[in-house]
Design a protein around this ligand. Sequence first.
Ligand code: ARG
Length: 564
Amino acid sequence: MNEVRDVLSRAVQAAYDESVDIELTRTDPQFGDFACNVALQLAKKVGQNPRAVAEKILDSLPTNDLIDSVAVAGPGFINIRLTNTSLVRALSDHVTNDPRGFASNDIGKGSTIICEFPSPNMAKPFSVGHIRSALQGWALYKLMERCGYKVIRDNHIGDYGTPFGKWVVGFLRYSSKDKLQQDGVYELARVYIAITADMKHEKQQGVTKTADEVQDWLVKLEHGDKEAKAYSKQFNQISLDHMHHVMDRLRIETDEELGESHYVKRGQELVDELLKKGIAKHSEGAVIVPLDDVGIDTPIMLRKANGAALYATTDLATIEYRQKHWNPSKVFIHTGQEQVFYFEQLKALAKKAGYKDTIVHLWHGIVDQLNDEGEREKMSSRKGVVLLEELLDTAQAKAVELTKDGTANDADAVALGAIKFLDFKADRKTGILFDWESIFNVHGFSGPAVQYAIVRIQSILQKADLHGAPKPNKEYDWSEEHALLLELAQFPGLIMELHDTYELQKLAHYVYGLAQELNRYYEKVRVLESDEPARQARLWLLTLVSEVMSTSLDILGIPVPEKM
Ligand code: ARG
């Protein structure tokens, strides 16, 4: 597309001695591939009517083999249709031997970025509440890696102010070794909830018995008590194992696992430094940093009145640590929308404390489901949160029906395809609706629909009994393939766009659009039954479609099944 822009901008230069940015928008295929409104932009400036401007630009168009036809339309749009040979040439240029695959680029070469995900909290089993950070975070990592960045994937686990005290008291009061052995993290969650309820109940009666016991265990742990340390090790391990197990099932992994607790000590030191510098101050026993001078009325709190560190205390040290160790140009953090204000505060704090502003907070909306009355509500089960493991189990059971000829691995791939694709159907800020029927609909806007398209191509390629990769053919005219070629040619530009906007939903829309275009193509053309040179050319095109689709799904974290 850049070549087309260049040609047009040279024509504008020749006709009017003006340099302008050329914008191309896709247009109705009966008029062309793209429409350009440069004549409308220029008309006022040069004092002519837009149609006349458009005509003059076209008269100055240098001869080239990119453009098949141009026409002036409506009030002065220029409609452009590209030649098939130029599209094939552009696509061949993007087929590289780069292991990162088709259309990877080097925008990020030499810089490091940090993608932080899924960052769950240790107190609870992995729930649907963290699925979006997991999936959005992973996809952004995949995208940025294709753009040449060195990416550090950091799982910033919520492990501070851990439920440790509640776990021990709850375990001693309500559980047993056997139960813990059997139910692991779910048993820990159960006793945690029970103790929280006890504390609430006692508080209403002015009693602090349970709260005191919880506090005692925390103090014991701080003082290195042997029994407390053993409990801590055991419970943390159970919780970590569970987190890793769910991440495995989601097929995501990270390089680092520096949780909040890793930063408590340094965070406290930094708070003291900020106090000394006069950036932080005491307020009713706590330590805060006022932010009203930068337009934020609520100060950010860095230490509680009882001396304890807070979320922001650990985040402050996290910012320092990352800068020191990796000097990232950007740090992408995914959380729910309820943390938008907190991150505004944190970014302001970072600036005041003298750190480079690198945080990009990519917040997302919640996951909804339909209740029995058919109304949307926040996704939760009768017991409370929806556990991610249960969700994956249900998805897998449903996927088995769609992969009758396939293996268990294929069913797993389709289950993940259904769940993950949903996350990218709309802007991440929009809440998503979990609707089992539509996420598995192979005829609708769904992950399995795209997976099915790839599986079908693979089966055609297998039947073609190719010896070596098919090659685009010079004699072939590609008249049936124009729409597909054009669609494919958008891909490299789309990757560039996503690099700037992080709008991953556009990739989901793109890859689904490509699958639909492919279906239209199959209706017209029998690839395997075509004569040469069409057959080779068409098989080459299918290989490319398959590659672009798999690349798109790979970025979205979606595996491709072998059969479905
Ligand atoms: N564990 C946090 C939560 O679940 C998300 C962590 C976000 N990252 C950060 N650096 N604060 O809410």
